[in-house]
Write a new protein. Structure first.
Length: 209
């Protein structure tokens, strides 16, 4: 009995140590998983400085997230995101669905790049979002997007550059603060809303050569 008790106690201690390690490393693990998933599905390099995942609350916050363009569009950052805060529905996660009660997105800079053959980086990114919402996307990801109740969007600056005609580049002080978008049902809905905001502010985006 003493032998069994000692081993049971040792296993308990190991379990406690593993649990503590998991709690301490959870943000690092989430950061690595998210970076890998974005690179896999969107085809873009991403760097995240810090991730904070709530233990008792269904929240996930990313700080200083940067998405980078592919070589075709110069490899410079596509988006600089000081903060992306997510409040998700735990019940939906149980059914492998990602439904967000609140998304707070602060874009300090969005870089729109037109390649030498006339294609635009943000249009390609939107296309990837639409592919993730297609029926075939279910085989690519363990989760499906189920909507956003409230999106709080801030966008500071927009830069445009043309790799074929560098002199045509410009920078636009966008100044969008806490714009509230509601009932976003699909990823194409999300991308179309953001594109419409850009167009309504005078940003011209070419969809094809």
């Amino acid at each position: 009995m003493r032998f069994l008790f000692r081993w049971a106690f040792r296993l308990f201690l190991v379990a406690v140590v593993l649990l503590v390690a998991l709690v301490l490393l959870k943000d690092t693990l989430v950061k690595a998983i998210v970076e890998r998933q974005i690179e896999s599905y969107a085809g873009l390099n991403v760097r995240i400085e810090r991730v904070a995942m709530g233990l008792l609350s269904p929240t996930l916050t990313f700080e200083n997230l940067k998405l980078y363009n592919t070589a075709e569009f110069g490899g410079a950052p596509l988006a600089d995101v000081p903060e992306l805060h997510l409040e998700y529905d735990r019940g939906a996660v149980a059914f492998r669905k990602l439904r967000f009660k609140l998304v707070r997105l602060h874009l300090s800079e969005l870089n729109i790049v037109e390649s030498k053959d006339g294609r635009t980086n943000i249009i390609g990114f939107v296309h990837e979002l639409q592919q993730l919402s297609s029926p075939n996307a279910k085989s690519r990801s363990a989760f499906t997007f189920a909507g956003i109740d409230v999106l709080n969007l801030t966008l500071d600056n927009v830069r445009y550059s043309n790799l074929k005609h560098p002199a045509q580049g410009y920078e636009f002080q966008f100044g969008l603060k806490n714009e509230l978008l509601t009932n976003v049902k699909t990823l194409p809905d999300l991308s179309n809303l953001i594109l419409n905001i850009l167009v309504n502010r005078g940003i011209t985006i070419r969809s094809s050569p």
